[in-house]
Structures are given as C-alpha cells and as structure tokens.
Design a protein around this ligand. Structure first.
Ligand code: M6R
Length: 594
C-alpha cells in the first residue's frame, strides 16, 4: 500500500504541510516519496528514494499540492518510479494508491496513441489517460476522472493535480481517502485529503468521508460527486475523537514501544463496548448457521484465538479462516451464515475480497476494526470499533489485544456472561498496567540480549496459548528478522523437534489452566535435547533457563497477558539487532493488494 495526500489553501505554502503529512503516512510505505505543487501556473515535482525527510527533497513553492509515499509494487524502488507521475504535457500530476490490474493493456493503448512513459509503474497510465481525455478529447477534468476511474480495474484511489485550472480532483474506488477541513471562512479555509486521518490530525479533527465510488473536487470547499454519473453528494462534517498526541511518538524512541505500553489503556477502551450491541451480535452468532472469523496475518491469529474463546467460554463452535483462503469456503455460505472480519486497518485487500464473497452469498458481515472510516466499516452490517487509537508501527500490538478483547466480549455475551466478561477484562487491563513497569521491561531486554544472536527461535503453546505462539512468531520475525516459528506444544514431537540443537531458544507460553502440565512436559522434551527454555508463566519452574513472570489465575485471558511480554521481547530483539522496528523491510502497515 502507499500513502497519498493533498492540500489546498488560499495563503499557506503546501510543501511543509505535505511533508509532515507524508511523515505521518510513512507507515504505509517507505520505499520512496515525492511532491507536486503548482507554482506560477506550472507543475513542480520533487522526488527522492528512501526515508522521508526535507533534507532529501528541495522545498517547492505553491499553496496547493499532492504528495505520495510509496510501497513498490509495479516497478523497482527508484526516483523514476516514485510518484507523482506527470503526463506528456506537464499539466497533470497524479498520486495513486492501489493496483491497476489492466494497466498493461492501457499502457499499450496509450503508447500506440503516442504517449511517452517515463516509469515502469501502473500509475503512470492515469496521468496519460487524463491527458488523452482532457487535452485530446476535450473532456473537463471531472469527467476525465470519472472515465478513468471506470476504465482502471482493481482497488484504487488517486488524486490528479491540474496546473492549468489550479484544481485537484480525487477518486476513491476501493482504497481509502478522507478529507479534512480547517477554518470556516473562505479566506481561512484549508482543505486536506489523505489516505488516513493521522496525515492531517495535527491541523484538524474535522473530517468528511469519501465513500467508494465517489470523487471530490478541491479548489476551495470540497465538492463531492458520484463517479458513475457526476451528481453531487452531500457530506456531513464529522469530529474525530483523536488527539494529535495519539499519533505522535511522544517520549518514546519508537511507535512500537509506545503502542505496547498503551495496552494498559487500550484494552480498557476496547472492553468499553455498548452491551446492547454486543448482545445483539451475540444473538446473531447463536442463531447463525456457521460463523467464520476471517483476517490476515496477526488479525488471523486473533481469529484463531476466537475459536478457543468461543469454545472455552460459550461452548460454541466458530470457524477461523485466513481471509486469503476464504474463497474455498464460499460453498458453505448461506444468508444465515455470519462472517466476522477482524482488521486493524479495515483496508486489507484479502479481507475486503472475502467480505465481497460473503456479500455475494447474502451472508451477514460484522467487523472488528480500528481505523475510523475505513472501507470495512462501510461494507459491514455492523462494526465494533476497538478504539485502540492510531497504530503506526507496522507490527501490530495494541490493536491485536484490543481485537482479542472484543472477541472475548462476544464469547462472554454468547454464553450469557457479558457482565462477568466485562469485569474480567477491566481487571485484566489493571494487571497489564502493573506488569508494564520499568523493572519488568528491563528484564525482558535482558532476556532478549541472551537470545539476540540466535538463528531461530521457537515458541510453543497449547489451548488458548497456541494461536498466541503463532502470533508471537510473527512479531519476532517481522521486527528482528530472526527466523521464528510457533507450534502447538503437542506437535513438536511430530517433526519440528528435529530442529532443536544445543542452545536453540524455545519460549514456552504457560498459564494456570488445564494444559499447564502438558506444556511443561513439552518444555522438558526440548530441554533434554539441548534447548534454552524461556518460560512465560505465573510461576517459575526448574525447566526454565530464564523466566518471565505473568499474573496468575487468568484462565482464558492468559492469552492476552502472555502475548505482551513477547511483543516486548520482539521489540528488543529488533533494537539489539539494529532493525528499523517501526518500519521493517518489505512490509507495509496495511496490505491493500491481493
Ligand atoms: O490491517 P490488518 O489488521 O487487516 O492487517 C493484517 C496484517 O497485514 C497485519 O496484521 C500484519 O500481519 C502485521 N504486520 C502484523 O504485525
């Protein structure tokens, strides 16, 4: 995925505002970046490869402009492939997020029409199509944007800056775009447009959502229209309950650490759901003919945890399916099936695709999402917002435990034990608060120092802690680049134990539950083959070479508690190994491509 931004005002310079917007969107892609403004009626474009900073890109003048931060898909990481992309006449510049599935065919057509391509990207077809339609065919820019949106296939959002008419027009079809407004009088007004709210949160928390299939013209107050027929659309100005500080690092060195530490509050906020809505959805779950939890990556592990939560708490079977594999289940979907989509960003393409399969079959869709106004909130029958606040580190931490909190609440609600569940989760938030103290964190850093030069790390768990072992491995791998793998404790002896050699770190996730003895036996099995065993557990045990203490007697909630020390461990493994923990290589915060 990429981040796009645009800015318009009567009097302010756009560049510093766009630069800050890109810094705030950098979590969406950090291969290269670029800006386009209109200065003296001419397009000015600057691009650079690598991390966003003004020292790498000369200041450009103009009170209106667009900007882009790239996560490369079509075409390598180079200045040439960075956005914005211009047309042959140098009148239009385009910033784009998404993938144009039929770009090859469009590119061939445009080349046959005499257009000269400067990059290998799919995006560049937009600038030349716009040029073709406006300059050669005589359409106005709005109509050209409507026609281009219709022509390009896939999930896309783009902004076109027109140096001749001094305006920009954006289109949303599948990828997110939000408009922010500051000031009321025309002279004071500033208009922002971006892929995500944190891009402009320090200037305004007043937003207007662009829905799928809509466009917006910006050269003054934004004018929204339908891409299908150009008719105007009325929008409400919505105030977002986020403060700029929530999207900043504050005193922390990294977003990841800040977000891990925020879990003391974020779990409490996630638990503060409307009981009536929880009961309503619980009834839908209880009456459904088949319930599928779907998500990708870490969110998929939350879905897998939900299988255990519903079984343990409500004696109810729910299915977990990675969203990217959901197509295989289409034959089992009927209108009485319930699909519960879990996503931090609300924009993951595989999840959106799975939702559209469910919709085709007439199934109901509930989503559990963090990003306000994201696509998933708009295509679901009901959405639980987890209210974790902006999560900017690529590795998901606080959103994960908040998603687990909502899944737990639903399981409690299905069992008719919602009040008990809410109490348990609030007291769990208290335990997290006590746990995350400086001595505890120092101890985890010490544990990380002991295993930071390992080639491989294994994590084992049973019951509710099995999906946590899988999620722990994702965390370790993505921020430290150390190979890590999670296993169900009982599976080790069926193959993976062959990998254990002297000193191989194995993290055992232990809880005060009915699989405690079994997971300790698995720890003994690997220890007797030379493993270096790290126990995450309420009590110490002679099998542990190092011990990370957790609060006792949490039952099913031990899954949330056990994950938090591993998140910290992964963070320190990344720091000790000099990794960019907030922006690990090759990854993007939300994967908006299939
Ligand atoms: O925004 P989503 O929750 O839908 O994202 C799903 C995955 O891409 C995401 O969880 C990914 O695995 C993270 N990097 C995990 O830390």
């Amino acid at each position: 995925m990429c981040g796009i931004a645009g800015y318009w005002s009567f009097g302010n310079e756009a560049f510093p505002i766009l630069l800050k917007a890109l810094e705030n969107l950098e979590y969406r892609g950090y291969d290269s970046f670029g800006f386009a403004t209109i200065s003296d009626g001419k397009l000015v474009i600057r691009k650079a490869v690598g991390r966003i900073s003004n020292s790498r890109c000369d200041l450009i003048e103009g009170r209106m402009g667009i900007a882009h931060t790239r996560w490369a898909t079509h075409g390598g990481v180079s200045e040439r492939n960075s956005h914005p992309h211009r047309d042959c006449t140098n009148r239009f510049a385009v910033a784009h997020n998404g993938i144009i599935e039929n770009y090859q065919e469009l590119r061939n057509y445009l080349i046959s029409e005499g257009h000269n391509f400067l990059s290998e990207t799919d995006t560049e077809v937009i600038s030349h199509l716009i040029e073709q339609m406006v300059i050669k065919d005589g359409r106005n820019l709005k109509k050209a944007v409507m026609d281009v949106s219709d022509k390009i296939e896939g999930r896309n959002a783009f902004i076109v800056l027109d140096a001749f008419n001094n305006e920009m027009i954006a289109s949303r079809k599948g990828s997110p775009l939000i408009v922010g407004i500051k000031g009321s009088s025309d002279e004071e007004k500033e208009v922002f447009i971006a892929s995500d709210i944190p891009a402009f949160l320090e200037h305004t928390n007043k937003v207007m959502y662009i829905d799928d299939g809509e466009g917006v013209i910006i050269n003054g107050s934004p004018l929204f229209f339908r891409l299908s027929d150009g008719l105007p659309v009325d929008k409400r100005l919505i105030t977002i309950d986020w403060s700029p500080g929530q999207a900043e690092k504050g005193d922390y060195d990294h977003y990841m650490l800040k977000e891990i530490m925020e879990q003391k509050e974020s779990i409490r906020r996630a638990a503060n759901q409307n009981p009536e809505e929880l009961m309503k959805v619980a009834q839908m779950i209880n009456e459904a003919k088949g319930v599928f939890f779907i998500g990708c990556g870490t969110a998929a592990k939350v879905c897998q945890s939900a299988e255990y939560f519903f079984s343990e708490i409500a004696g109810r079977h729910v299915n977990f399916v990675p969203a990217s594999e959901f197509d295989n289940y289409r034959h089992f979907l009927i209108p009485k099936t319930l699909v519960i989509a879990v996503s931090q960003s609300g924009e993951t393409a595989d999840v959106l695709e799975a939702i559209s399969i469910a919709r085709e079959k007439g199934s109901k869709v509930i989503s559990i999402v963090n990003s306000i106004g994201s696509s998933m909130t708009r295509v679901s029958d009901y959405t639980f917002m987890i209210n974790a606040g902006p999560e900017k580190a690529v590795a998901s931490t606080k959103a994960t435990t908040s998603q687990m909190t909502v899944a737990l609440l639903l399981a409690y609600a299905c069992a008719g034990k919602l009040k008990e569940g809410m109490r348990n989760l609030v007291s769990l938030a208290g335990e997290v608060n006590d746990m995350l103290n400086p001595r505890y964190i120092e101890h985890i850093r010490y544990v990380a120092e002991n295993i930071s030069d390992s080639r491989s790390i294994f994590i084992i768990g049973r019951g509710v802690n099995y999906p946590i072992a899988l999620e722990s491995a994702i965390k370790v791998m993505e921020v430290s680049y150390i190979h890590a793998q999670g296993f169900a404790g009982g599976e080790l002896k069926h193959g993976p134990i062959a990998l254990i050699e002297k000193g191989t770190p194995v993290i055992a996730l232990v809880a005060d539950d009915d699989v405690r003895e079994e997971i300790l036996s698995n720890a003994i099995e690997v220890k007797s083959r030379g493993a270096f065993v790290i126990g995450i557990s309420p009590e110490n045990n002679e099998v542990f070479d190092l011990w990370i203490r957790t609060p006792p007697s949490l039952g099913v909630l031990s899954s949330i508690i056990n994950l938090i020390p591993v998140q910290l461990l992964a963070y320190y493994l990344g720091i000790i190994n000099n990794r960019n923990v907030d922006m690990p290589r090759n990854l993007a915060k939300a994967v908006t491509v299939l």
